[in-house]
Design a protein around this ligand. Sequence first.
Ligand SMILES: NC(=O)c1ccc[n+]([C@@H]2O[C@H](COP(=O)([O-])OP(=O)(O)OC[C@H]3O[C@@H](n4cnc5c(N)ncnc54)[C@H](OP(=O)(O)O)[C@@H]3O)[C@@H](O)[C@H]2O)c1
Length: 327
Amino acid sequence: MTASRQIHLVKRPSGKPVLEDFAIVDVRVADAGPGEVQIRNLLMSVDPYMRPQLDANQPLNAPLLGGGIGRITQSNNPKFAVGDLVRHSMGQQEVFLSDGRGLTLLNPDPDLPLSVYMHALGGTGITAYGGLLEIAALKDGEQVFVSTAAGAVGSVVAQIAKIKGCYVVGSTGSEAKRRWLIDHAGLDAAIDYHADPIGKALKAAAPKGIDVYFENVGGAHLDAALACMNLRGRIAVCGMISTYNGDREGVRNLSNMIYSRIRMEGFVASDFPHLNAQFISDMTGWLKAGKIKYQETILEGFERGPEGLIGLFEGRNSGKMLIRLAD
Ligand SMILES: NC(=O)c1ccc[n+]([C@@H]2O[C@H](COP(=O)([O-])OP(=O)(O)OC[C@H]3O[C@@H](n4cnc5c(N)ncnc54)[C@H](OP(=O)(O)O)[C@@H]3O)[C@@H](O)[C@H]2O)c1
């Protein structure tokens, strides 16, 4: 038996989650049985999609659902050896058992940190890549607007669009993040939507209109983008984080879709298995060449999982928010 801890949801949040909605629970984990592996978590991801889950799908008094990277510590499964690194979706727990289903064996590039397999080379990276190149069908040189542009998905979207020779405008929630977008990610324009109302600021920042809007926020951001869309523009609907805590700001410009012949399409990260090999090859190359830059906000310590999740809704992360348990 191995001592472990789990982070449980103990109360369904009303609005933005608070620390009291969660509890840290001590457990003991059995040794790996036939066909099983025991895994020690190294890195846990916190992601915006976890918030809507707290309203229904996430069971109470059970480990918070979510992704991470762990190391195999015991193995009775021929597919995995002790010491292997795996990406998993076993949630917020320190040590756990698995029958191997849903584990992705990682073979990390020695020139890249392991953490990038939790974002640019992981779920948020393929979301950005597939959403922009397949769903929005980006063409070289187009006019692009990306919201939450300094976040995990948004920063990759914005920089792929730059690689494709596009004019790129990003929105974000602080002057420091706005500056990073201009000075490091190389965007053409960036808006701090807390300082400048998004509708007016976007019109000024995108004087040739928008061909592709990569939607991460919803509400006023979607309204602002709809007002600027060019003929046959595409809106790839990746997320609507401004609505996840229950706020429902009305969208008034939806009728602009009609005469501008706008296509708006939602998608999820798992829609792109056919792109995976090309994505890994492109993204590894771009990261190593410094063409895709990234930021990470890493909270040290298992018990900081809830703080990390709540922080996403307060804009506390620059780039990917992660929880580090061990190296
Ligand atoms: N479809 C999919 O499969 C999929 C997969 C991954 C992510 N997503 C979506 O992609 C979006 C970004 O996710 P991510 O993982 O990359 O997270 P992230 O952007 O790294 O972190 C969340 C950021 O959202 C911004 N934010 C929080 N509340 C906001 C509000 N009320 N209005 C405007 N901005 C707000 C904050 O940045 P600022 O400081 O810049 O405001 C915060 O840092 C989310 O909508 C998420 O649901 C979808």
